[in-house]
Design a protein around this ligand. Structure first.
Ligand code: AMP
Ligand code: MG
Length: 534
């Protein structure tokens, strides 16, 4: 089925203990472990694009072998399954060894055009890193991970991918809200795919244990395999402090780019602990994530974080920095100089700033960033419940109409609400004289800036549509697909997967999937709040 290239286990030291029991693992980057068999695997969905990338045909994906392998029931010849050892800072505190507690890397394989991919099962049973948990995953969280990975990919956001979603035929017990009400839920396994799943925490654990040799070995391996361009250019400098400092700067830039993407599409990760930060700058570990509905920088979908709001939407860029500081500390033994690490962190801020401005200019259809306009907009959006996605998507149409007309009044209704933007407002009852006036003022300012802008109106609209998605995986849509899947109906998963393939394209027959959250979903579990239990 695959062409294998298992380098992680070939070149890095593994745990000498091969029995599968929970423990602290020293002097190793991973432990070999076999997935646990399940009674009756059943394929729910697979990603056509990911399968093609891996050279799998639809026939192969529909085969019994496929569902057996991606449920963890069969390990193919050439696979070398292992769980990684990593640590992490969780909610601001060092948590020691964590590791792949329910993820098992099956193999590294060759994809198209010489790309290498790691196949990883999530929910295929315990590993030495499972601590007190069971190593399993429920259908609910697996649907969310599967759909969101692929949706993010199609949105152009760096992310780990998902190949398949398989029901195991075995129930898993979860206390969803940690309130003493455990329930049985269907178990599932997702096969995730990424060039590698290495996290900030893989380096942190080695630094915390003062295992400098292994830290260097892992850094060298990571740079050679996950940063091939950097390696090609700089390999003669390997082992020198500038080599690691400049690589760290690259990680900083990638992380900044990732944060800008999240802020662009309204994605809230929910648990930005350092063990959930990919060294490659990918979105990784889809847990209690959420999509911004009404614009609110303080919003978090994660109930565990509801008090501190450490990982709220607007906090994410700052937390990116906090996490990079932890990584800088972990890489200290390789650099041993403050200045280059600080310069790299400075680059994070600068890259973020520059790319955020370019992104906001693009969202507004302007060639140049305009601080007055953007600050005014965020104040306005925060002052009444406005759907982030719909607002920006519709703004392209509004500005087109406004530039075309010489009678602006025709674009507003009797209450002063802009007609074309109406579908973005959650509560039209909130509209007061003041709100109408402020909206008008901002739109007038926007028009003024547009008139001074050099782009042609048609290319502007096109550009706006390429950065402002029409379709995102709205929280309630994922929940509806989960409810149906639990009843044995997988069609909503397939439909979402299909529509989210082209998030920037109008799909008239799927208009319902672009509407704002209905009122019933405002406070419903799974739609507006999620626990870490998964
Ligand atoms: P998370 O908060 O999902 O990033 O997980 C933090 C740590 O807990 C990681 O080491 C996970 O592998 C581990 N973990 C989470 N859920 C489970 C589970 N059901 N079984 C075993 N380990 C888990
Ligand atoms: Mg995690």
């Amino acid at each position: 089925m695959f062409r294998y290239d298992n380098r992680f286990t070939q070149f890095l030291p593994g745990d000498s203990e091969t029995r599968n029991f929970r423990r602290q693992v020293f002097g190793a980057c991973y432990s070999r472990v076999q997935p646990t068999s399940v009674p009756s695997p059943r394929l729910v969905a697979y990603s056509r694009e990911m399968a093609e990338e891996l050279g799998l045909t639809p026939e192969q994906c529909g085969s019994d072998l496929f569902q057996q392998v991606f449920a963890g029931n069969q390990v193919l010849e050439g696979m070398d399954p292992f769980a990684m050892c990593y640590g992490g800072h969780q909610f601001g505190n060092w948590a020691g060894q964590l590791g792949d507690g329910r993820a098992i890397n099956l193999a590294e394989v060759w994809g198209r055009e010489g790309r290498r991919w790691t196949l990883q099962l999530k929910g295929a049973g315990p590993t030495p890193y499972s601590r007190t948990a069971d190593g399993l995953a429920v259908l609910r969280s697996s649907v969310r991970e599967f759909l969101c990975s692929e949706a993010m990919f199609h949105l152009g956001v760096p992310t780990t991918r998902a190949l398949s979603l398989v029901l195991t035929g075995q129930d898993v017990v979860r206390d969803m809200f940690y309130d003493g009400n455990p329930e049985r839920e269907p178990g599932a396994v997702v096969c995730r795919v990424a060039p590698s799943f290495t996290r900030f925490g893989n380096f942190e654990i080695l630094a915390a244990r003062q295992d400098d040799d292994l830290l260097r070995q892992l850094a060298n391996f990571t740079i050679e395999h996950d940063f091939p361009e950097f390696w090609a250019e700089r390999k003669s400098e390997v082992d020198s402090p500038p080599f690691y400092a400049d690589w760290f700067a690259e990680v900083c830039r990638r992380t900044a780019t990732l944060m800008v993407h999240w802020m662009r599409v309204g994605f809230v990760h929910g648990v930005m602990n350092t063990d959930n930060m990919s060294i490659l700058g990918l979105t990784i570990d889809y847990g209690p994530y959420g999509w911004l509905e009404d614009y609110d920088p303080a919003w978090t979908p994660n109930t565990t974080d509801a008090h501190g709001r450490r990982y709220a939407f607007g906090q994410q860029p700052q937390i990116g920095m906090w996490n990079l500081v932890r990584l800088a500390n972990a890489l200290w033994p390789l650099v041993q100089e403050k200045e280059p690490l600080q310069a790299a962190l400075q680059e994070y801020s600068e890259t973020y700033q520059k790319q955020f401005q370019a992104m906001m200019a693009a969202k507004l259809g302007l060639a140049q960033y305009d601080e007055e306009l953007v600050d005014g907009l965020f104040l306005l959006l925060g002052s009444l419940e406005t759907d982030f996605t719909i607002f920006f998507r519709r703004l392209a149409r509004w500005q087109e109409a406004a530039l075309d007309s010489n009678e602006l009044d025709g674009l507003f209704d009797a209450n002063g609400i802009p007609e074309l933007l109406k579908p973005a407002y959650y509560d039209l009852g909130q509209w007061s004289q003041t709100i109408s006036q402020r909206t008008r003022d901002w739109l007038n300012l926007y028009l003024l800036k547009l008139r001074r802008d050099s782009q042609s109106p048609s290319s502007r609209v096109e550009r706006m549509k390429q950065v402002n998605p029409k379709y995102v995986l709205r929280n309630y849509l994922a929940q509806l697909a989960i409810d149906a899947a639990v009843r044995g109906d997988f069609t909503q998963i397939t439909r979402l997967l299909d529509v989210l393939r082209q998030p920037y394209t109008e799909q008239i027959e799927h208009e319902d999937l672009a509407e704002k959250r209905p009122d019933w979903a405002r406070h419903r579990a799974g739609c507006s709040m999620l626990s870490c239990s998964s």
